[in-house]
Design a protein around this ligand. Sequence first.
Ligand code: PEP
Length: 253
Amino acid sequence: MGRRKLVVGNWKMNGMREHLGEVEAIGRVAAAHPSVEVGLCLPATLIMAGSERRGAAFIGAQNCHMDISGAYTGSLSAEMLAEAGATWVITGHSERREARGETNADIAAKSAAAHQAGLNVILCVGETLAVRDAGRAEQVVADQLLASLPEGAAADWLAVAYEPIWAIGTGRIPTMEAVAAMHAALRAALASRIGAEADRMRILYGGSMNGDNAADLLAIADVDGGLVGGASLSAKKFAPIIEAADQQMAAAA
Ligand code: PEP
């Protein structure tokens, strides 16, 4: 069976209670496109209320701690996020790798902790522009993925998101050929570690995905969905991406 497209919004540090109507509207779009798995990774403050109004969309968190509990002021454990209503969590987003100094080992530990708490994981990887310009993107990102992949990673609880750092929030995206080559390289890297399970694992593209480029990106063989920042903040902008994923599912059926 083919891989079900997964389209996930990352609201980052955006969203107040007044925006819960958008969660509800996105939940309705998800219900209208059941071939696609749709989710929203909300700020932690909205997870509980969002999960009550999520419709057919799942609610995720954007980060978790690697320990179950302890003296970590300001942090949230995977278990706490799950209790609040999250069923997924993003790990390794470049905005945390870069600004918070999270290492590959931290990300593997957070991903394992999330799985332990029953959360599914979107593990992010991606290269800087300097690495891409140096022609080393595929090697560097494949190495990063293998170094941050938790023990026992399996497709029923972990998806990978390839997010070129220079494409996040910039309106720039790689060429379709570059995306195809990267996703194929990441699947090959996964196969070297987890064998046939790699064929079942979803690899999302993230970085300035929007209603105009989603159809082309989602048509690439190894692109199994999207991680979407800015264009996920409203149902109006997010719906065309979900629809494009639905069309790809129909075309593949
Ligand atoms: C992201 O931050 O994960 C992201 C993909 O952002 P944007 O879509 O805004 O580039």
